[in-house]
Design a protein around this ligand. Structure first.
Ligand SMILES: Cc1ncc(C[n+]2csc(CCOP(=O)(O)OP(=O)(O)O)c2C)c(N)n1
Ligand code: SF4
Ligand SMILES: [Mg+2]
Length: 351
């Protein structure tokens, strides 16, 4: 046996969602990652978000590249579609799948090595094309699977387990995603489920390219003193721009909010993000301000987390290409072979 399934029995009064599914219905087999790996907490947050949103598991396509992070889709949403691509190629496979069937919810899971090194071009083009997806990078600043080499997101001066300092300038994937036109951009921390779960829920409901850079410490190779991606370092330097509650159109709003402390951000489908501003001057709709906030907070030696930028009326690749609304596998012969007259018209337009 190459994996350990979880037992199916559960307490008769266990919590169920609107579809009657339990939390277990969104899980996968038992994780084989190192005990304490940040990536497992992100899997937990994805499971929680999908459970709370009552997503039908068969409506999700989860795709990944290669790395410990890219192994994680095995451990969540065991009843969903999955595609483990080759290293750095998740974005193009996801784009192709999305083009063929826009009815699924696309969840791309990748690592800092997978997306900021070998797959950097793929990351850039999927984001700039506005593919409707949730793209999560589980960012530990190392190549965990190949035993701890510095990755392209490792901070300058951050030390390896053997004490060697990284000399290269890091790639900030959040700044890149903003520059490339992502319409939902966030950063979070695997150790902060209270922030991460609503961010994932909001990203799922967002109909455009949603990117979440999630710092996810590697307990085996990058959780020591001197590392800027360790649990202790991130906890001590976390500068949250905001925290949020994600409210679907159906759910009653139960929490009490002090007047003026919360901003409602409506998404086009009627869902609402209740945004608690922690940095008073941060406007999530102002891209220029978002880029300056990133630089300002980084210059203080801190890490900006939360919802960094949101375009609440995004375009996506299908709208830009004016593609057919139906999944390609539902098209019949008449749709696919429009006939001689249609061909003559196309030829005439090219003369
Ligand atoms: C084409 C190719 N080159 C190199 C490798 C070796 N390799 C496997 S995973 C990996 C890096 C993974 O790092 P990251 O994406 O950060 O994932 P993590 O393990 O840290 O979660 C590398 C270089 C490979 N599998 N395929
Ligand atoms: S090597 Fe690092 S990234 Fe990989 S499973 Fe272990 S702790 Fe997680
Ligand atoms: Mg990594």
């Amino acid at each position: 046996m190459t994996y350990l399934p979880k037992p199916k029995f559960h307490h008769p009064d266990i919590e169920t969602n609107e579809l009657g599914f339990t939390h277990r219905d969104y899980e996968g087999p038992i994780s084989t990652l190192c005990a304490g790996c940040g990536h497992d907490s992100i899997s937990g947050a994805i499971i929680r978000a999908c459970f709370e949103l009552s997503i039908e598991p068969h409506r999700v396509a989860k795709l990944s590249g290669i790395g410990c992070s890219s192994k994680t889709p095995t451990y969540f949403l065991g009843q969903s579609h999955g595609f483990n691509t080759v290293h750095g190629r998740m974005p193009s496979v996801l784009t192709g799948a999305n083009m063929a069937n826009r009815d699924l919810l696309y969840l791309g899971v990748s690592g800092d090595g997978d997306s900021a090194s070998i797959g950097f071009g793929q990351f850039a083009h999927a984001i700039r094309r506005g593919v409707n997806m949730v793209y999560i990078v589980e960012n530990n600043g190392v190549y965990g699977l190949t035993k701890g080499q510095f990755s392209a997101t490792s901070d300058k001066g951050s030390k390896s387990k053997k004490g060697v300092a990284n000399r290269d300038t890091p790639i900030d994937l959040v700044a890149m995603a903003l520059q490339l036109g992502a319409t939902f951009v966030a950063r979070s921390f695997s150790g902060d489920k209270g922030q991460l779960v609503p961010l994932i829920k909001a990203a799922i409901e967002h109909k455009g390219a949603a990117f979440i850079d999630c710092i996810s410490p590697c307990v085996a190779f990058n959780n020591h003193e001197g590392s800027t991606k360790s649990f202790d370092y991130v906890r001590a330097h976390n500068a949250a721009l905001n925290s949020l509650d994600f409210i679907t159109g159906r759910a009653p709003i139960t929490a009490d909010y002090a007047p003026g402390s919360v901003e409602d951000v409506k998404l086009h489908d009627g869902t609402t993000i209740k945004l608690h501003k922690l940095a008073e001057d941060h406007d999530v709709r102002d891209k220029g301000a978002a880029i300056s906030a990133l630089h300002r907070i980084q210059a203080r030696g801190e890490i900006a987390t939360g919802l960094v930028y949101l375009d609440s009326d995004p375009d996506d690749l299908h709208a830009n290409l004016n593609t057919i609304a139906r999944p390609l596998n539902t098209l019949n012969d008449a749709d696919i072979v429009p006939g001689v007259a249609a061909l003559a018209k196309i030829n005439a337009a090219l003369r």
